[in-house]
Design a protein around this ligand. Sequence first.
Ligand SMILES: [Cu+2]
Length: 134
Amino acid sequence: MNRRRFPADYIAVKREYLTGDPVTSEMEPEYLMVQPGDTVKFIAADPGHNAATIAGMIPGDGRKFVGKINEEIEVILTDAGIWGIKCSPHYTMGMVMLIQVGDTPANEADLPDNLPDAARQRMLDILERRDAES
Ligand SMILES: [Cu+2]
């Protein structure tokens, strides 16, 4: 198992426009591994986005957070488990990421049933890419 661990301040939110293709929205990195109590900073690398927790994807006694659009926020991820993060305006387009807090990798069972289709698909893709890299 050789998963990359990103420094907490690496995380960024961006949106890419591909000529001739539908708009794609993504967060980078899409899968982040940290330890309980680590601080994660969400950087507004491109205007028009935010970072917020996804209901049903906050482990343990973790607290939800909702950044304002273009706001750079720092949050302490207290509880081990899989945190689901979304960009609120582009959630239904699948602009999401996963944060693994602690040593247990995310798997499909961590995804709630009520996710928007594009968000669920993006998360499944994220897990597949992560597995391909390990
Ligand atoms: Cu967005």
